[in-house]
Write a protein that binds this ligand. Structure first.
Ligand code: UDP
Length: 222
């Protein structure tokens, strides 16, 4: 077999990502038989018509090239699994829905998942393994680090810097920064669902509410 494909994670998010993977294979004329759910703990052997196998089983299969999309929202787990893929010579597979809008000068590294109705506007730089769940957007002149997760409906306005391993909850709104003074969300921070972030968030903080305030602090998250 030439190439094998996997969606890692057969829980909620994985089942949302699988159709993006299936659509990609369809368009390339690749047989769906070469596409698996990979999950180390679910009991089911088949989910939504796809075989579920463990990572160890996927690794044992023979193929010239192997691709895996990490469809797990937790950024710490995603980071660990990305390291495993790299060690095992498996390619981090990027997936996006057909209706994703990218305007101008958007650069984004490997392993992303861009769900339906995501919009990335102009002059944006995004690191590896970014997840943008349904209806999220990233505005102009934003810089986003590695392993950042946007839950559904995150509104990330212009001139914002989001550092590595940040998690932003559903419906959070982040106020735009200024070209010479971007709003910065520090490494490993967590923004609670519905939070309205009006100022910088320190590294490792969890913020909630409107205006968002620190709930707890962890120096080494993610
Ligand atoms: N998982 C896994 N191997 C790991 C870590 C997680 O197979 O090393 C699987 C886990 O069994 C679960 C899925 O990844 O099925 C994560 O699903 P969860 O419901 O926690 O989150 P979500 O689907 O929202 O990302």
């Amino acid at each position: 077999i030439d190439s094998l494909f996997g969606v890692y994670g057969a829980s909620g998010f994985g089942r949302e990502v699988m159709p993006l993977a299936a659509n990609y294979l369809n368009k390339q004329g690749i047989n769906q038989e070469n596409l698996y759910f990979i999950d180390d703990s679910v009991e089911e052997k088949e989910i939504n018509g796809y075989k579920v196998i463990k990572y160890s089983e996927f690794k044992e299969k023979k193929a010239n090239k192997k691709f895996i999309s990490l469809a797990i929202a937790n950024n710490k787990i995603r980071n660990e699994l990305a390291n495993a893929l790299q060690e095992d010579g498996i390619i981090s597979w990027s997936l996006h829905h057909d209706n994703v809008v990218k305007l101008a000068e958007v650069s984004i590294k490997e392993g992303y998942v861009l769900c339906p109705f995501v919009c990335l506007t102009s002059n944006i730089k995004i690191g590896k393994h970014f997840h943008a769940n349904i209806y999220s957007y990233v505005g102009h002149d934003c810089t986003i680090g590695d392993f950042v997760t946007f839950a559904p409906g995150v509104k990330c306005n212009g001139n914002i810097i989001i550092e590595d391993n940040v998690y932003i909850g559903t419906g959070a709104i982040i106020k735009q920064g200024k070209p010479n003074r971007p709003l910065i969300i520090g490494k490993g921070a967590v923004v609670g669902m519905g939070a309205v972030v009006t100022k910088n968030v320190p590294e490792g903080d969890t913020v909630i509410g409107n205006p968002a305030k620190t709930l707890s602090r962890k120096s080494l998250r993610g």
